[in-house]
Design a protein around this ligand. Structure first.
Ligand code: UD1
Ligand code: CA
Length: 460
């Protein structure tokens, strides 16, 4: 006997009112469907097949390796989607077929394994995953007879007054005996409010035949489906809370986890401190003892041990050990800050490296620059790296002192131990140990203030 999982992900998701297929909406850094497929893979089935339709190519592109796909050309309902999947799977007689919707990203591998285990033990025709909801709006209700046996599932739009009050709901997740599923599915019609083939009808058909039906209950939160943007936000909050809890258990400190936004791809070490409003995205890592926030947005960036970053934006940047960034720094792609460096207040860098101990404390722009070790870039200094046509490099050596408000017109090389005078526009290379200064001689006009006052009076 093998276990085959079918993930239903062909629907458009009309209620999202979006051009993006529903299952591609991202939540905590991954599309809805990716979460579900990863949960399915975690339960270690023999085969996983995703039914795609709306935006088929785009959906297929986000799926992990080893997952099959089948296209449901017209989305004629969840029952039709499973029928299409079964055609692709071939003979499933004797197998267990687990069906999962593509829009419940909080569903865990553990629950799927529990569903499959209950099904294997009881050997009914189908084992339903159900939950209890005080407000079951939008969900199919599980209808039971007086003996408590499942009679069927009724979609909300097809319920009567009494059925609408049922709080036990079906969540589109089932373990079926393959043969029973194939037979019952062939009897499913489209006589319902939407004129679609409902997978839920399979349960009623099996029940009417007197086939045994089992059920496994889980928490309502875990099976919350996403049909609209408000539900997407709610599910996102829960996913983030789950991720944050896992990281806190790994030794990451958060003074307010509700205000820490981590994507699933982010890697953290024990001893990291995350203050409120930290957003870490994509391929980002933070090493032990680094202190981030308040207010840091970092994507595809790496922060080394003991660094401190606050009120700043990092994109494809690397912050070295014990380096300091911010407040209000923008580290753009290709920034590599060495150990013990500083990119301080209102500093922007792009494609720039700072060697160990070098500092850019205030109000500077460095683009296409390579700075050696222990150099200091004075406040307000700028690399003029773009001549309107091309970008040019600036090379600054070790132990250099760039005076405040220096314009470095690239391409340019400043040698080791060199200096530039404050306010200079440096257009030629400065040799090792030299001072490059470009300034007109300061004039002094004595009595200037009195002269102006006299002029004002004579004009009156
Ligand atoms: C479905 C269930 C309902 C359950 C609810 C919550 C049916 C008829 N209803 O309703 O009992 O309470 O989920 O989980 O099954 N899909 C396809 N092809 C289609 C139609 C849908 O692949 O032709 C996919 C969708 O992309 C989605 C999933 O199936 O991932 C569920 O479809 P959705 O429209 O969200 O169903 P609900 O109305 O929520
Ligand atoms: Ca749904």
């Amino acid at each position: 006997m093998s276990v085959r999982v079918i993930v239903l992900a062909a629907g458009q998701g009309t209620r999202m009112r979006s051009t993006l297929p529903k299952v591609l909406h991202p939540v905590a850094g991954a599309p809805l469907v990716t979460w579900v497929v990863n949960a399915a893979l975690g339960a270690e089935p023999d085969e996983t097949l995703v039914v795609i339709g709306h935006g088929a190519e785009d959906v297929a592109a986000v799926l992990p390796e080893g997952v099959g796909t089948v296209v449901q050309e017209a989305q004629n309902g969840t029952g039709h989607a499973v029928l299409v999947a079964l055609e692709a799977l071939g003979d499933v007689e004797g197998d267990t077929v687990v069906v999962v919707p593509g829009d419940t990203p909080l569903l865990t591998s553990g629950t799927l394994a529990r569903l499959a285990a209950a099904h294997a033990e009881l050997e009914p025709a189908v084992t339903l995953l159900t939950t209890r909801m005080a407000d079951a709006t939008g969900y199919g209700r599980v209808v039971r007879d007086d003996a408590g046996e499942v009679v069927g599932i009724v979609e909300e739009r097809d319920t009567d007054e009494t059925q609408r009050r049922i709080t036990e709901v079906a969540v589109s997740t089932y373990a079926f005996a393959g043969g029973e599923l194939m037979r019952a599915l062939n009897e499913v019609g489209t006589a319902n409010d939407q004129g679609e083939m409902y997978l839920t009808d399979v349960v009623g058909i099996l029940a009417a035949e007197g086939a045994p039906i089992a059920s496994v209950e889980t928490s309502a939160l875990e099976v919350s489906g996403v049909n609209s943007h408000d539900q997407l936000a709610e599910v996102g909050r829960a996913l983030r809370a789950r991720l944050n809890l896992e990281w806190m258990r790994e030794g990451v400190a958060m003074i307010d986890p509700d205000r820490v936004y981590l994507e699933a791809t982010v890697q953290l070490e024990a001893g990291v401190v995350l203050m409120p409003d930290v957003h870490l995205r994509g391929d980002t890592s933070v090493a032990a003892g680094a202190h981030l926030g308040p207010s840091v947005y970092a994507e595809d960036s790496h922060v080394k041990a003991g660094a401190r970053v606050w009120y700043s934006v990092l994109r494809e940047a690397e912050v070295g050990e014990s380096a300091e960034v911010g407040p209000f720094a923008s580290l753009r792609p290709g920034t590599i800050l060495g150990p013990d460096t500083k990119a301080g207040t209102f500093v922007e860098t792009k494609n720039t490296s700072l060697g160990r101990g070098s500092k850019v404390p205030h109000l500077s722009y460095l683009g296409d620059a390579e700075v050696g070790e222990d150099s200091n870039i004075g406040a307000g200094s700028i690399t003029c790296n773009y001549d309107g046509f091309e970008k040019h490099p600036t090379t600054i050596g070790d132990r250099v002192r760039i005076g405040s408000d220096t314009m470095l017109v690239a391409p340019i090389v400043i040698g080791d131990d060199a200096w530039t005078g404050a306010g200079s526009t440096i257009t030629r290379d400065v040799s090792e140990g030299a001072l490059g200064v470009e300034r007109s001689v300061q004039k002094e006009i004595p009595g200037y203030s009195a002269m102006r006052e006299a002029k004002r009076r004579s004009d009156e």
